[in-house]
Design a binder for this molecule. Sequence first.
Ligand SMILES: Cc1cc2nc3c(=O)[nH]c(=O)nc-3n(C[C@H](O)[C@H](O)[C@H](O)COP(=O)(O)OP(=O)(O)OC[C@H]3O[C@@H](n4cnc5c(N)ncnc54)[C@H](O)[C@@H]3O)c2cc1C
Length: 511
Amino acid sequence: MNKYPNVDGYKVDEVTATKLISTDVLVVGAGNAGMMAAAAAQEKGAKVILIEKEKTINLMRVGIASVGSNAQKRAGTVINKQELVESLASFAQHNVDERLLKTWVDNSAESVNWLEDKILKPNGAHFKSEPDAMMTNKAYQGFPTENDPTIDDESFVSYGNWFVKYQKEHKIDIRYQTSLVKLLKEKDTVTGAIVKDLGSDEFYEIRASKGVIIATGGYSANKDLLQKWNALSLKKNVYNDSPRSNGAGITAALNVGAKRDEEPAESIFDRGLVPIGTKTEDLYYQTDSYDNWLWIGSYPFLKVNLRGERFANESIPYQFIVNAASKEPGYLYAMVWDDNYAEYLEKMHMLGCARYGFPGYMTDKAAFVKDTESYVEKGLVVKADTVEELAEQLKLPINALKQAITNNNKSVISHNDQEFGKEAYRLTPVKKAPYYGCILGGRILCTFDGLRVNTKMEVLDENHQPIRHLYAGGNDSGGFFWGSYNDRVPGLASSHAQTFGRLAGKNAAEN
Ligand SMILES: Cc1cc2nc3c(=O)[nH]c(=O)nc-3n(C[C@H](O)[C@H](O)[C@H](O)COP(=O)(O)OP(=O)(O)OC[C@H]3O[C@@H](n4cnc5c(N)ncnc54)[C@H](O)[C@@H]3O)c2cc1C
């Protein structure tokens, strides 16, 4: 009997397969980990089937971390491996498997180089190392880990279609609209899976002689699982930006005896615009198109709680302001800024995915203004000629907001934030009308707590023994993150997925 119900609602104990097909390696999920896993297994000589429940692969991420890639060598970017491992472990208070951190550090460059050589270069693109690192204050150590796929060194290029072409040329059998229903295990070995062809409604068995790799991207789209494993995330987040990831892989593996992380880990963006007057628990909006995503939300402008009081240093990793707000009434917060805001953006020197000049998107001041004004039109950002009027529109107590703005403006003049210590170069006045404001809440990008794996990406059972022929990669694999995402190591999430996907593919093929 399965401990977890099938997340798509199939009655797994009653499902009968109508046919059987065989392969060496079955990869579940054509996203960042699964695409790399399939290619790596094929490269090692395995016959590979890659199933994907949607009609397309998932977005292959740009901005991928590594230590010592060829792009980094060309740019002279040097990162101390030991320092980075220790920093990641300390960020997680060592609630992680340090061997996995080391495995990532040691293998990330090979993974990024493979992508550059096999997918980017044949299509006229390459990686560019981003040599700058986000250093704001001593509490957060930054590392210049990011590699950006580009043709012209100015803008990002997307490479998903090139990757699909590569897979086809290498005879990888990609089956779209094919969903994992359950894993099959005989004695101590996973032998394959029952899958559903969503086009024909047919259930069939894929037998995989060398192994199954689970890479379905975590569980942020599944409210029941969030309630069970990370209940606070439902209050912190008003959006989920990974609607494909409903925990199918993790629950299927748990049903064959896998062990999962016991504490949550997640990545949350601080850009979720909330209709004024809406409670956080009223909303859980699933989107893959960046709806109501305010770019300047990640900038360290003045932020106050729903009582109009400043509650934290705004110049912190992007998830941390959402964490801090989760200790405040209503779990949401407001951001206020003034008419000169576009002039301050560049000097705030944001990096990673909040960067001023984000290639292809937020290239200049005009792009930020256009983004912001589009939400004024939608009523999610409000504009007012006086602070009183702004407070009214945001439904914030007027006196408290006035006080917060007065304190803020004093800090700007004295170059000293006596309340929370925001760096002087990031202090910006709120004094030139019209004033702007909005209510913000978290956007969960993905969950990271997953199946326990060893450094070969073999999934472990309750006794910490590998389950034969079962592998996991990406957000379905755990032990690597704990709590919040470390944005001072830009591109870590996608690189973790791709590097570990690649390792899972290689190791499964070598069985
Ligand atoms: C908006 C956004 C911005 C981000 N920005 C960054 C960034 O700048 N840098 C960074 O490093 N990371 C970023 N991330 C995180 C990064 O995208 C993820 O960590 C990474 O994609 C995880 O890879 P994965 O392979 O585990 O999952 P995914 O890439 O999500 O792939 C999982 C795949 O499995 C498929 N699937 C699910 N269930 C089934 C099933 N039952 N059967 C078959 N297939 C199934 C899904 O459809 C999907 O295609 C961002 C994420 C989001 C949402």
